[in-house]
Design a binder for this molecule. Sequence first.
Ligand SMILES: NC(=O)c1ccc[n+]([C@@H]2O[C@H](COP(=O)([O-])OP(=O)(O)OC[C@H]3O[C@@H](n4cnc5c(N)ncnc54)[C@H](OP(=O)(O)O)[C@@H]3O)[C@@H](O)[C@H]2O)c1
Length: 315
Amino acid sequence: MSVLACIHAAILLASCRLLHCQETFDFPHSDFGTVADGSLTINSTVLLNDGTSIPLFGLGVYRSQPGEETEDAVRWALQYGYRHVDTASRYRNEESVGRAVMDSGISREEIFITTKIFNDDHGYEKTLAAGRASLAKLGTGYIDLLLMHAPGEQTVSTWQAMIQLKEEGVCRSVGVSNFGVHHLEELHKATGVTPSVNQIEVSPYLQRRDIVDYCQAHGIAVEGYSPLTKGVKLDDPMLVKIAAKYPGKTTAHVLIRWSVQQRYITIPKSAKKERIQANIDVFDFNLDEEDMAELETLEEYLLTGWDPTVDEWKP
Ligand SMILES: NC(=O)c1ccc[n+]([C@@H]2O[C@H](COP(=O)([O-])OP(=O)(O)OC[C@H]3O[C@@H](n4cnc5c(N)ncnc54)[C@H](OP(=O)(O)O)[C@@H]3O)[C@@H](O)[C@H]2O)c1
C-alpha cells in the first residue's frame, strides 16, 4: 500500500470511529458503564453493537408453565409496562409467549422478544431448523434476539447458522448465553463476528467481573439472568437492611435495582400478578454508593443453576 493510501485509510478509520462515537452518544443508555444513574426509566434501552436496541428490563419465563400460566404472565407484564420477554425453546412456552404478545393490542415493534437455541439443536442444519421452528411457534413475524443457550461442541457451526438466520430475517440480532471469556475469544477467532449480547447469571453474589469486563471491552451487552437468585437470597440481612432505607422497597427491588444500575439487561421471572407488577417498580429510587459498596462485598460465586461458562454442558 502506498503512503498516500495508508493516510487515506487512517483518515477513513478515524472518521468511522468518530461517527460511531457520535451514534453511541445519541443513545442515552448505550454506554455499558457500571456507574449509578438516577435517570434510568422503564423505557431505558441498551444500544447493541449491531445498531438495534434492547429494553434494559424485561420478563423471564423460565419455569412458567406453557399455556395459561405463561400467557397470563406475559399479558400482565405488558399491561404493567414491560416491553421485553425472555423465553427459550427449552422452556416449551414460546407459543404461549407469542400468543400473549400478538393478542396484546400493542404493536409488534414495541415488544422485544428473545428466544434461544438449545444445545441439542447445535450444528449448522439443526440450528437453522430450530431457529425457524422457534419463530413458527412464536408467530411474531421475527425474533428480536436469538441466543445460543450455552456453548457446546459445535459452537462455531451453530453460530454460523445463527448469522444465516439473521441474514434471512428470522431474527434481528444474535447473541450468546453462558459464554465464559475463553468461549467468546474462541468464537471471535473462528468467525470474526462478535455477539451482540452475552446472557449470564449475575447478582451481587456472583459478580463475574472477568466476563463482564471482557464484554464491556468488546462491545458485548451483558444480560443478567436469575437477578433474584431464584429467591434464595431474598432474606439476606444485608439486603433487608438496604431495602429498609427505601420506603416501599423490598429485597427483590434491591437486587433488581442493583442489576439495572449496573446497566445489565435484567429479566426477573415471576408468574404471579402482584410480583410481576412489583418487580418493575425499581425506577423511582437509586442505590447510593454505600449500598453499592456493601452489595459488592456479597460475592460468593453463588450459582443457582448450571454453569456452562466453565464446564461445557453436554446433552
Ligand atoms: N440463559 C440461561 O441459561 C438462563 C438460565 C436461567 C434463567 N434465565 C432467564 O432469566 C430469567 C430469570 O431467572 P430465573 O427465573 O432463573 O430466576 P429469578 O428471576 O432470579 O427468580 C425467579 C424466582 O423468584 C420468584 N420471585 C419473583 N419475583 C419475586 C418477588 N418480588 N418476591 C419474591 N419472589 C419472587 C419467582 O417465583 P414466582 O414465579 O412464583 O413469583 C421465581 O421462583 C428466566 O426466567 C429466564 O428467562 C436464563
